[in-house]
Design a protein. Structure first.
Ligand code: 5GP
Ligand code: ZN
Length: 114
């Protein structure tokens, strides 16, 4: 846990969020500023700054996050499709330096992303 990190504080329960799913490795909650009818964040409970810091040791956690994103998409009825986004670093548009996946759905997505 990084005591200065917003998402670590959310994991610790210090900041209220609408929790959608939780297990020992990850937490899923509604984004405060939704960009689509469904906009969830799926975060690692362990503080990892970004995908750029990922190493082979993180592979089980990364696989778990992707598999859970698919499971949560199914329970969220995103049958028409959805987008999973991992903004990484400054040019990637990352604003919270704690590894997270965005799960966006409920409308058609444009390509290329902005
Ligand atoms: P990033 O820009 O790093 O890829 O994504 C960070 C996301 O966290 C943004 O979509 C932003 O709306 C969301 N966010 C920032 N602060 C909070 C908060 O306090 N609560 C919730 N639920 N989401 C937050
Ligand atoms: Zn953190």
């Amino acid at each position: 846990m990084d005591s200065d990190c917003l998402f670590c504080k959310i994991v610790a329960g210090g900041i209220p969020v609408r929790r959608v799913y939780e297990d020992e490795l990850c937490l899923c909650f509604a984004d405060i500023n939704p960009q689509a009818p469904t906009h969830l964040l799926l975060i690692s409970k362990r503080h990892i700054v970004s995908l750029a810091q990922a190493v082979p040791e993180h592979a089980p956690l990364l696989g778990h996050l992707l598999a859970k994103a698919a499971e949560i998409a199914r329970t969220s009825k995103l049958d028409r499709g959805y987008r999973v986004v991992v903004n990484t670093g400054a040019d990637g548009g990352q604003t919270v330096d704690h590894l997270h996946l965005h799960l966006l759905g409920g409308r058609p997505m444009g390509w290329p992303p902005g």
